[in-house]
Design a protein around this ligand. Structure first.
Ligand code: 6CS
Length: 299
């Protein structure tokens, strides 16, 4: 017999489901106030400087992959890119930056859906991304490496090495820039192993399910410090140089232009150098890089 549910219990169930969905969907790093950040542009009509100043907050998508992005112990958002966004936003009169942790392949769809105002995650520029968003001036330039078993027994140092043995397996993040690198070369079936996050990639390596884990050099260096149990190769010579800056929805061009103008000035300051040095990036390389060049990356 079906028990009639009183309106109250239906309301309660709905509230529970809504809360659960919000928590599941968002995986949002609250900035310590416990609230799920709302994108300034979410109120419709797109993101404007005025709206962002009134709301006082810019909500950014991040991957929580140090040193690019990191959720500190107090829930605040740090890392090279969020620290630059915070400094530039402050110069624009926008006081806070809040972050939503999300997988790399969800960042652009979420931007288009207005779930966040910008992506500041080290979402590396490449043709298929540059055609969907407005990238601002490069903030970081970086390289790719393999995490390999200690001693690198299979002597994997280049992308070409992966093609030499069809039994070699390499883990990459789902929808990440590195997956695009492997998709651009001829591999035997099963050689590319897609994982959901960096920890899973490291576990796959350490349990010998893969022979290498392809990820940015600085991310692997950080993971080696925090997790350990593997080696990190030198920068891979036949992988593209990677670079990124904040990415905005194409509908938010006015805001992106205003942000970029402020960013270009900021990149000339010592504060920019301090942020880059703190997280291990080369400020001069970022000043020399251009969106045009970095957007030539295939994939
Ligand atoms: O842009 C990307 O897709 C890559 N960026 C970083 C910072 N880490 C891995 C990810 O695949």
């Amino acid at each position: 017999m079906l028990h009639a549910r009183t309106p109250l219990s239906i309301t309660k169930r709905l509230a529970a489901v809504t809360t659960g969905l919000a928590l599941l969907a968002g995986m949002t790093a609250c900035s310590g106030d416990g609230k799920i950040p709302e994108a300034a542009g979410a109120s419709g009509g797109g993101l404007t400087v005025e709206k962002a100043k009134q709301q006082g907050t810019l909500n950014i998508a991040i991957g929580n992959e140090p040193p690019y992005t990191k959720i500190a112990g107090d829930g605040s958002v740090t890392g090279a890119e969020p620290d630059v966004v915070r400094a530039v936003a402050k110069r624009m009169g926008i006081k806070n930056v809040k972050g939503t942790v999300t997988p790399y392949d969800s960042m652009i769809p979420g931007l288009k859906a207005g779930r966040w105002d910008t992506v500041a995650a080290g979402l590396f520029m490449k043709q298929s991304r540059c055609s969907q968003v407005i990238y601002t001036s490069p903030v970081i330039v970086s390289t790719e490496s393999f995490a390999v078993p200690t001693g690198n027994p299979k002597k994997l140092t280049t992308i070409a090495d992966v093609t030499k043995d069809p039994k070699l397996k390499v883990a990459v993040l789902k929808g990440g820039f590195e997956e695009g690198i492997l998709d651009g070369i001829k591999l035997a079936s099963g050689q590319k192993v897609v994982v959901s996050d960096a920890q899973t990639g490291v576990e796959a390596l350490k349990s010998s399910r893969v022979d290498a884990f392809l990820l940015p050099t600085l991310s692997l260096t950080d993971l080696k410090k925090t997790t350990g149990g593997f080696d990190v190769t030198k920068a891979i010579s036949d992988a593209p140089v990677t670079g990124s800056g904040a990415a905005f929805a194409t509908t938010d061009k006015a805001f992106a232009d205003a942000y970029n103008a402020e960013l270009e000035k900021f990149k000339k300051t010592g504060e920019f150098d301090s942020i880059m040095n703190k997280w291990g990036f080369d400020a001069d390389a970022a000043r020399k890089a251009t969106v045009t060049e970095l957007c030539k990356s295939k994939g």
